[in-house]
Write a protein that binds this ligand. Structure first.
Ligand code: ZN
Ligand code: ZN
Length: 147
């Protein structure tokens, strides 16, 4: 299956193309199965205060995933979408756990380098995310910490 294969993909830094603010540092180049013309960058980590949801959930014609657009928090331009609730076929086929997508036309990306600065940083080199807890409690305590 394709799970081992994504470890050989470069880790990319994703910036908003409109205002150049950093959106996420764990991006992966992905291609939509349905439409290979569209280039996307996906991430497994909810972007932390760099994007916000716009409008409500919707789904596309190709499947029953529930999607929600995300916009750059700084400039307000839509930069991608979040898969709020993946449909069964998608959950089974794309199991790399990436449910945040950036549209390649709305972002600029840079391949990250490893600690030596000589080699491209690959997904296989990244430390595993600590048993991904549900997103919200974490960001709440974060907020309190700042005050
Ligand atoms: Zn922006
Ligand atoms: Zn789907």
């Amino acid at each position: 299956m394709s799970t081992s294969n994504f470890k050989n993909k470069c880790v990319t830094q994703v910036n908003c193309i409109y205002c150049d603010s950093l959106l996420c540092t764990r991006g992966m180049k992905a291609v939509l199965l349905a439409d290979t013309e569209i280039e996307l960058f996906s991430t497994d980590m909810p972007p932390n205060r760099t994007v916000d949801f716009v409008a409500g959930c919707y789904s596309t014609e190709s499947c029953k995933c529930k999607l929600r657009d995300i916009a750059c928090l700084k400039c307000g331009n839509v930069v991608g979408y979040h898969v709020v609730a993946p449909c069964k076929p998608c959950l089974l086929s794309c199991n790399n756990g990436h449910f945040w997508m950036f549209n390649s036309e709305a972002v600029s990306t840079i391949n990250r380098l490893d600690a030596s600065g000589l080699n491209l940083l690959l997904w296989g080199d990244l430390p595993e995310l600590e048993g991904s807890e549900d997103e919200s409690p974490d960001s709440l305590s974060d907020e309190e910490y700042l005050r």
